[in-house]
Design a protein around this ligand. Structure first.
Ligand code: SAM
Length: 151
């Protein structure tokens, strides 16, 4: 059973590490728990997932793709499974920050190599990638990517 504290703790991490963020896309957001926690903190959030059972939050009931118009200043994913790389690719496409708490890989990699791979992917796509950790049980490492400024 995943740790229910993850929503509030990841929301607080986002607010603290990216204080200027106003609008978030919560990709692969399940029932919208992260959305509810971010909304409490005053951050407008849209959750993308195909789940029908969900909380009463702003919700786009569909699979997220690279074609989604960008109406956010952060794209985030909490245990986003097969959408993890997509989040980094979307952030790269629109030159916006990303914040992810990865869990399962989409290619059979185990957790540590998967985390290394994602950090490298972010760096190759032109982000400064930093790592944090949530005080939760289970997969708790956070990768945050900030687009490098080209002067
Ligand atoms: C492990 S669950 C995590 C849900 C939620 N973030 C949480 O922490 O409870 C992974 C979710 O990813 C969703 N998902 C995977 N690929 C997706 C995509 N391309 N677009 C939207 N949702 C996706 C699945 O429907 C599933 O709800």
């Amino acid at each position: 059973m995943a740790d229910k504290r993850r929503f509030a703790l990841f929301a607080a991490h986002i607010k603290e590490s990216l204080p200027n963020v106003r609008r978030v896309f919560d990709v692969a957001g399940g029932m919208g728990g992260l959305n509810a926690a971010l909304t409490v903190l005053g951050i407008e959030t849209t959750t993308f997932d195909s789940r029908r059972k969900r909380l009463p939050v702003r919700f786009a009931e569909r699979r997220f793709t690279l074609e989604e118009p960008c109406e956010c200043d952060l794209v985030a994913g909490l245990h986003p499974d097969g959408a993890t790389r997509l989040i980094i690719e979307y952030a790269a496409k629109h030159r916006i920050p990303f914040a992810i708490v990865p869990c399962c890989s989409d290619n059979g990699m185990s957790y540590k190599p998967w985390m290394r791979h994602l950090a490298e992917l972010g760096a190759q796509a032109g982000f400064t990638v930093s790592e944090g950790k949530l005080p939760i049980d289970g997969r708790s490492r956070v990768l945050t990517g900030l687009p490098l400024c080209v002067i």
